[in-house]
Every structure is written in C-alpha cells, then in structure tokens.
Write a protein of this length. Structure first.
Length: 139
C-alpha cells in the first residue's frame, strides 16, 4: 500500500495539500449529495451519487486518497462527457466547474494525501529503533 503514496509532506506543503483535499472532497460530496434533492433519479444515478459522496468524504479525511480521488476523476469525467442523468446543482451545470474539479482531483491523486491525513497515520514512515546489544563481560 505504501507504493500508492510518494511522501507525506508536513508544514506548509502539508497544509496546502489538506486545503486542496478538503476543497475537492467537499465539492465532490456536495455534488454527490445533490441526489437528495432529486427523488426520481435512476438507480445508476443513485449509485454514482453515493459513490461520489463517499469518495468526497474519504478525500476530506484523507483515507485511501489516491483511490478516492481516482473515483472523483472518473465519475466527474463521465458526467462531463456524457450526461448520466445525474441530478446536479446549479454550480455543476457548466463544464468548466466539472473540469476544475477533475484537474484538482488529478493533482491530489498525483501529490498524495500529505501529513495531515488518515493515510499518513496508517501508512506513513515509521522510525525503527534497533536496541543496542547488552555489554559483554568478556575481556
């Protein structure tokens, strides 16, 4: 699983990744939550919206970030190319907004989750402490 993540930068870089992850995740969850307003959606639309909302929430907390951002990219890309019959809010009716979410999701997918994420807690670098051998009494 460590191969999915390059590094877990901390400091200002980690804060920037946290901000980017939060903005993209909240946007994807908001887009997925648009299904709540539309009760007569097709079953495929329900599945897509639930997966999109789940992937958005996973990005916000920073768990399985490359996988969740890939899901956001795929589902938003499909929504931009094909009209899947998904209910959308007024914000996502234009293609540039979807395009920006896709580009920012690709950025999160390539950069990784950062130090302020659940991924960093689960899969981050570990310090291995090797104890010194006890001193021998032999001259």
């Amino acid at each position: 699983m460590l191969r999915l993540f390059g590094a877990f930068p901390a400091g200002w870089q980690g804060a920037g990744l946290l901000l980017l992850r939060t903005v993209v995740g909240v946007t994807a969850a908001f887009e997925g939550g648009a299904l709540v307003q539309e009760r007569s959606a097709a079953p495929l639309a329900w599945v897509v919206c639930v997966v999109l909302a789940g992937a958005g929430l996973a990005m916000v907390i920073g768990t399985f970030t490359p996988i969740s951002s890939a899901l956001v990219v795929i589902l938003n890309g499909l929504q931009a190319v094909h009209s899947l019959g998904l209910p959308t809010s007024e914000f996502f009716e234009n293609k540039p907004a979807i395009f920006f979410v896709v580009i920012m999701s690709i950025t999160v997918m390539l950069l990784g989750p950062g130090a302020f994420s659940l991924d960093a807690r689960m899969f981050g670098r570990r310090e291995i402490v090797i104890p010194r051998p006890p001193p021998s009494d032999k001259p």
